[in-house]
Design a protein around this ligand. Structure first.
Ligand code: GDP
Ligand code: MG
Length: 182
């Protein structure tokens, strides 16, 4: 822009998954560069923002929606999902049963939010296999590839909020995927 104005786009992204999988830790790591062993589980919805420069005159204000206290139901209200453009579903590699819940979360997302296009396309979702610092060789890449394909998930990443592995990469991948759609 000649007048030097920067246009800001607000992008709402959901972070869901079972209790204790590391949702808040991933958000804190990504947004603040920090890892804390204890995050208080406030009841309700929390927001965190990250500014992502896209070009000289464009910046994305990524709005990450964290949840607390409602994870055990495996579903959220439509209000929570409204106008989201993407989602991350997190599971805990040290608790394999948290992967089973991913299907439930994906179905809930698809049932309650769609992109504002004519085709009502489901929003892009990525899968975070978190706490990879805790387990050795527990990932079967072919199996996770198949899982993603089966559940229409864009891509999976093994992450560690603790050791700062793939947190930035996965978030950036989701944002890029969203921006390509628009
Ligand atoms: P949430 O309920 O999904 O928001 O999970 P939290 O972010 O509160 O994390 C639950 C517990 O797992 C906390 O004790 C975190 O310190 C721990 N945790 C989160 N991410 C990681 C990780 O990548 N590695 C390890 N070792 N622990 C983690
Ligand atoms: Mg939390």
């Amino acid at each position: 822009e000649q007048d030097g104005k920067v246009v800001e786009y607000l992008l709402k992204v959901l972070v869901v998954g079972d209790l204790g999988v590391g949702k808040t830790s991933i958000i804190q790591r990504y947004v603040n560069g920090l890892f804390d062993r204890e995050y208080k589980a406030t009841i309700g919805v929390d927001f965190a923002y990250k500014l992502i420069p896209i070009s000289k005159d464009k910046v994305v204000r990524l709005q990450l929606w964290d949840i607390a206290g409602q994870e055990r139901y495996g579903n959220m209200t439509r209000v929570y999902y409204r106008e989201a453009f993407g989602a991350m579903i997190v599971f805990d590699l040290s608790r394999p049963n948290t992967l089973d819940s991913v299907r439930k979360w994906k179905a809930d997302i698809d049932a309650k939010v769609r992109l504002p296009d004519a085709k009502q396309t489901p929003i892009p979702v990525i899968l975070l296999a978190n706490k990879c610092d805790m387990v050795k060789n527990s990932i079967n890449p072919a199996q996770l590839d198949a899982f993603c394909k089966e559940n229409s998930i864009v891509k999976w990443f093994e992450t560690s909020a603790k050791e700062n592995i793939n947190v930035e990469e996965s978030c950036t991948h989701l944002v890029k995927t969203i921006l390509e759609i628009e």
